[in-house]
Design a protein around this ligand. Structure first.
Ligand SMILES: [Zn+2]
Length: 325
């Protein structure tokens, strides 16, 4: 039976009282801890592990719940919005910064994460999937093994998150260009997106994913489309990667986001069953190991552009007729 891995993640944000009222995040660290615990229990009921991407101040605030989660199989990675960091000199999104600045931020945030957990993080997700061509090389250099860095086809220039044409499945990364696979050992695990219908809102473009935060969404259709598209691409490591934040009460049965999360889980299981697939829980580190084990397939250098295709399209009816003859 073919298998598809489900990678359930949560970005753990600083409380809004420490950042901005309209930013993602809980009201307090007490809520943060409770919501994280509630989420972990819901995922555990399915028999799956959780990958937490933790803003470093949150790791310092309540490390015990993360240490306990890790003992239960959770994977603990770093999450950073540069503008949310305690040291507030970087009023920017990660993708809007130079390699030197990104290195400085990741060292600062990694050190703070280690202050809480007792060791450096190995995995990373930037806030709002903001990254640029420097990001993979900087992460690789600093010893990170993997990241959930991209949201394929997202265009959000204000957040410095542009992923048009990006690889849609887990892959080794390229040191110079973020939109092609490469041969670095740093592995990127893209967010799973339903590409069948792209949304455009205020100049921002994105496809729907399986986050439970939507006001209304047809999770059955999104999950079915994602699973179908993944299997159609037939990648070396097929995954469904979804996310949420520590700002909803996953302990309260009437909470809309909690209910949506359970709908999303049911929808993934149903979509897998419909295609005869085994759904297996995994962390980002499991995905990194599998991508590296799959070996390295060197890309052939493309030396011919699409211009020939354009010429074909520009063939006049007369030319077409004479060619046929
Ligand atoms: Zn975030």
């Amino acid at each position: 039976m073919q298998e598809i891995l489900i990678v359930v993640t949560m970005d753990c944000e600083r409380p809004r009282s420490e950042t901005k009222d309209n930013a993602s995040g809980p009201v307090s660290y007490a809520d943060s801890a409770r919501f994280i615990e509630g989420y972990r229990r819901l995922v555990a009921e399915r028999g799956w592990p959780v990958t937490f991407f933790v803003h470093p101040e949150v790791m310092v605030a309540h490390p015990a719940i993360f240490q306990e989660a890790e003992q239960d199989g959770a994977c603990l990675g770093l999450h950073v919005h540069p503008w949310k960091l305690k040291k507030s000199k970087w009023n920017a999104h990660l993708g809007g910064l130079t390699a030197v600045e990104q290195r400085e931020i990741l060292r600062y945030a990694g050190d703070m994460f280690a202050e809480g957990l007792g060791r450096w993080p190995l995995c990373f997700r930037p806030g709002t999937f903001s990254a640029n061509d420097n990001t993979f090389a900087v992460l690789d250099e600093l010893g990170f093994r993997g990241g959930s860095i991209s949201a394929p086809e997202r265009i959000d220039r204000d957040l410095c998150a542009v992923w048009t044409g990006a690889p849609r499945d887990p892959h080794r990364t390229h040191p110079a260009f973020r939109l092609i696979p490469g041969d670095m050992d740093f592995v990127n695990m893209p967010l799973s997106v339903d590409f069948s219908e792209m949304q455009e809102v205020n100049g921002r473009r994105f496809g729907r994913d399986l986050r439970p935060d939507y006001q209304s969404a047809d999770y059955t259709a999104i999950a079915r489309n994602i699973v179908e598209q993944v299997m159609g691409r037939d990648p070396a490591v097929p995954i469904v990667n979804l996310l949420t934040h520590n700002d909803n009460d996953f302990t309260r049965p009437s909470d809309r986001v909690r209910q949506n999360l359970l709908r999303a889980f049911d929808a993934i299981e149903q979509a897998g069953a419909e295609r005869g697939l085994k759904i297996k829980g995994a962390t980002i580190e499991n995905v990194v190991d599998l991508v590296l084990a799959a070996g390295h397939q060197p890309r052939e250098l493309e030396t011919v552009g699409v211009i020939h295709g354009d010429r074909e399209a520009e063939v006049t009816p007369h030319d077409a007729g004479s060619r046929k003859a």
